[in-house]
Design a protein around this ligand. Structure first.
Ligand code: BJW
Length: 237
């Protein structure tokens, strides 16, 4: 691995928030064992049964209030403050634990639980409240007033946010680090090959070998709460 990276791209997934008490998707008992993906994480599922989908995201937004960032989130915030090179922190997570852990610049490629997207005027608004209908009325968009809000998250078949910025960073970084993600969902699962193709070193920090482990030059296995602070200490010397 390069001794002193000058430009780092970090990608995080559900595993980084697991020790905070947030369910991952694909583990035993995870979210995709509790709910059918096609029902709650596709635009077609939302069109079929908006109440089911709004309830699913309302419950997850509410659960977020009861959890705290863990040492892995805090370590990445320290990296942002103390690393003298360039850092892009990309998360697939819709939680706000990176921000609450102290990271000021986070790219949420799959959107955010605390954001609403209006299907009428396409405005994205900060949103903390339930989005489900109350007394038969769905809440109104703060801008156009239409009752057309949906969770501002990226479902299967939709384009993740800020892909141009992500691919530009992958082409110029000298270290790509993937933390707590199964490597099962594209385009994020392909970032390691993209970064490698441009000559970056690649490092995986995950509880166990992910689906894409073999693409990484180096893999370390264990809980993010231990591995991430250790790695950040190494980078910062
Ligand atoms: C720990 C730990 C601890 C646990 N410490 N680690 C066929 C081939 C290729 C692609 C496709 C295909 N058919 C369809 C596609 C495309 C599709 C896709 O990838 N499907 C796959 C199922 C194959 N992708 C899309 O549709 C995407 N859009 C798209 O492709 O647009 C076109 C495009 C073209 C070209 C360029 C760009 C775009 C959109 C995908 C949207 C995903 N949305 C979700 C829901 C978001 C909202 C929500 O949260 O509800 O995103 S699905 C879900 O999966 C969520 C996550 O962000 C994402 C990834 O999950 P993640 O984070 O990896 O979690 P897990 O649970 O899978 O893994 C956790 C890991 O942590 C595990 O490895 C554990 O071991 C580990 N772990 N505890 C460290 N303590």
């Amino acid at each position: 691995m390069a001794d002193t990276p000058t430009s780092i791209v970090v990608l995080t997934g559900a595993g980084i928030s697991a020790e905070s008490g947030i369910d991952t998707f694909r583990s035993e008992g995870g979210l995709w064992e509790q709910h059918r993906i096609e029902d709650v994480a596709t635009p077609e599922g939302f069109a079929r049964n908006p109440d089911l989908v709004l309830g699913f995201y309302d419950a997850r937004r509410e659960a977020l209030a009861a959890v705290d960032p863990n040492p892995a989130h805090h370590a990445l915030a320290r990296l942002e403050t103390e690393f003298s090179g360039e850092l892009l922190l990309i998360t697939q997570n819709v939680d706000d634990l990176h921000e609450r852990g102290g990271s000021a610049r986070v790219l949420h490629m799959h959107g955010e639980l605390k954001s609403a997207l209006c299907q009428s005027c396409e405005t994205r608004s900060r949103w903390d409240a339930p989005m489900s209908a109350k007394d038969g009325q769905r809440p109104a968009c703060p801008v156009c007033k239409a009752p057309s809000l949906r969770p501002d998250v990226v479902w299967f078949g939709e384009m993740p946010y800020q892909m141009d910025r992500i691919y530009a960073a992958l082409a110029t970084c000298d270290l790509f680090v993937s933390i707590g993600t199964s490597g099962a969902v594209y385009p994020a699962a392909g970032f390691v090959q993209e970064a490698r193709a441009f000559g970056a070193e690649t490092l995986e920090l995950n509880l166990e070998p992910s689906e894409g482990s073999h693409f990484f030059a180096t893999s370390r296995h264990g809980p993010a709460g231990q591995l991430v602070p250790q790695w950040v200490d190494e980078v910062l010397g």
